[in-house]
Design a binder for this molecule. Sequence first.
Ligand code: HSE
Length: 313
Amino acid sequence: MKVSVKVPATSANIGPGFDCLGMALPIYNIVTIDETVLPGTGVEINILSDEEEVDNLIIDHIPRDETSVVYKAVEMLYNSIGQTPSELKINIQTSIPVTRGLGSSAAVIVGALIAANKLLGDPADESALLSIATEVEGHPDNVTPAIVGGLVMSSLENDGSIIYRKLDWPEDWAITVCIPDVELATEISRSVIPKEVSIEDAVFNLKRMGMFVEAVNSCDSELMKVALTDKLHQPYREKLVPGLKELCEAFKHEEDVLGCVLSGAGSSMLIISKYSAVDKVKSVTEEIMENLNVRADIRTLKVEQNGAEILSE
Ligand code: HSE
């Protein structure tokens, strides 16, 4: 039996929601698990890419041995039902750029889990899949929208369970993603964040998180302009992300632009605006990145409402 699963990219944090807000975006990885490898060959992981040759960066970040997050996720699922994975061929077709804060690792973890779950006859329900995926990834803000789609706030609870709720992203708000040609590994980007923060900074984010939810629910652009700020992670990561400071500054007072935020741990950035401002957003972003001498792929995307989807069994 062979199962393929298509999983969307995700952008986490979205300003104030460090480790809890995330949304699915329409760029996809496809993970296929085939049970028909010859006996004795164990688990084989292959990476296939849109590029003619799979570059070393992808291979470095999605290892193909038992240290791989893909292997760990599948192993945890099998172990949860008292089995060990063997004789599986896992093919990963990647389109989501790696080390750019777009949830490429969440996508492969989720794809492998859902495919393996199907092969095993669906022993894990959504909540079990969310818990395993979060344990492997470390935080729920990418894996939850990768599984359920849309804009989601999620919380990892002490018992390992995930509480999540979907929010409706206003139709009128465009998301322009600037993907710089700059690698930024999540571990490095997390290492610059202090372990403790001041009460003032914690309260700053609490207020913005409340505003974010209300702004999205009532489609309140003025409130969203205040909400899309952060004091828990972005100020520390600014030095690692070329363009973040410049883009946030440039769009602060631009009409119909709601804000600029780091996507996940970076290096991509999101500029949230009304659709009427998209051309302006793209040209200003292009100019800023050119002045910094950093190549960047700039795309306007809609929130992907669907999460991971089984393509074939
Ligand atoms: N919330 C995580 C972080 C997302 O910002 O480190 C990493 O993809």
